[in-house]
Write a protein that binds this ligand. Structure first.
Ligand code: V07
Length: 254
């Protein structure tokens, strides 16, 4: 069972002393929260118990991101491929946003967190959409951490959709073909206006992108761990950030 602990305040005095080790903190961190079903099965529990536990880990991870002064946290919560799962599991997962927000929205407000989503929002169930829409509205003026949930998200679909939108705008003479460059293309993606992730974390030992942010991850540093998402912790998050700060990013240069 989750406990309603007080949210970690962004207050210098209450930060663990060793946070001073962290320099060069990534502005945008993206996470593939993998291994929830496996975590539950290993414990002899139904898969959905892992998703529920994973939801509480989302809260702790957001708390840590606020504490580390990360600007954008993009979490892969549900992919366009996840619809292939059993109907009962999908229904359970789709109730998590409402449950999460019922418990944690006041804390998110206190911590100045803004909620956004990327992905095909329209085809989500009404009860999911309504809860998230309300949270987006409530948090829209917050200017602290941007908590960005990838929900019903697939990168190839996102890129195809961008092409269709660009062609439609070209058809309507809103843009000309000569204007199409990487910058313009980016504006037609769900992530319009956001910086590209600096760091991608994937849990549970899988080393693939699984159709996540293919365009946006072109120069991103990748960090993998065997830890399953429900066992992810502030300590492991910190390890990823410490490893990141030692990497030299060259963006193709020398
Ligand atoms: C989901 C828990 C985390 C592990 C991965 C799969 C299951 C939090 C949310 C959420 C989404 C939007 C929002 C507030 C909370 C969530 C889904 C799945 C679909 F505004 N966790 N979580 N959404 N899991």
């Amino acid at each position: 069972m989750s406990m309603r602990l007080p949210f970690f305040k962004k207050n210098k005095q209450s930060q663990p002393e060793n946070d001073s080790e962290l320099v060069n903190v990534p502005e945008h961190v993206a996470i593939i929260m993998d291994g929830n079903g496996r975590w539950a099965q290993k414990k002899g529990l139904p898969r959905v118990a892992g998703h529920k536990e994973g939801m509480d880990v989302v809260r702790n991870t957001v708390k840590a991101a606020v504490n580390y002064d990360i600007k954008i946290l993009t979490l892969f919560a549900f992919s366009t491929e996840n619809w292939k799962r059993p109907k009962s599991e999908i229904e359970f997962i789709m109730r998590l946003p409402k449950e999460f927000l019922h418990i944690y929205l006041p804390e998110l407000m206190e911590n100045n967190v803004r909620i956004e989503t990327i992905g095909d929002f329209n085809t989500l169930p009404d009860y999911t959409k309504e809860a998230i829409q309300y949270a987006k509205e409530q948090t829209k003026d917050n200017n602290g951490l941007l908590l960005n949930f990838a929900l019903n998200y697939g990168s190839r679909y996102e890129i195809m959709r961008a092409i269709k939108l660009i062609m439609s705008d070209a058809d309507h003479a809103k843009i000309s073909i000569d204007e199409i460059d990487e910058n313009l293309f980016s504006e037609y993606l769900y992530t319009n206006g956001l910086s590209d992730p600096d760091l991608l974390i994937r849990t549970s030992g899988e080393m693939r992108l699984s159709n996540f942010l293919l365009w946006q991850l072109a120069y991103t540093e990748f960090w993998f761990t065997d830890v399953l998402w429900p066992d992810f912790s502030e300590d492991i998050f910190k390890q990823a950030l410490l490893d990141y700060q030692h990497r030299k990013r060259r963006y193709g240069g020398i």
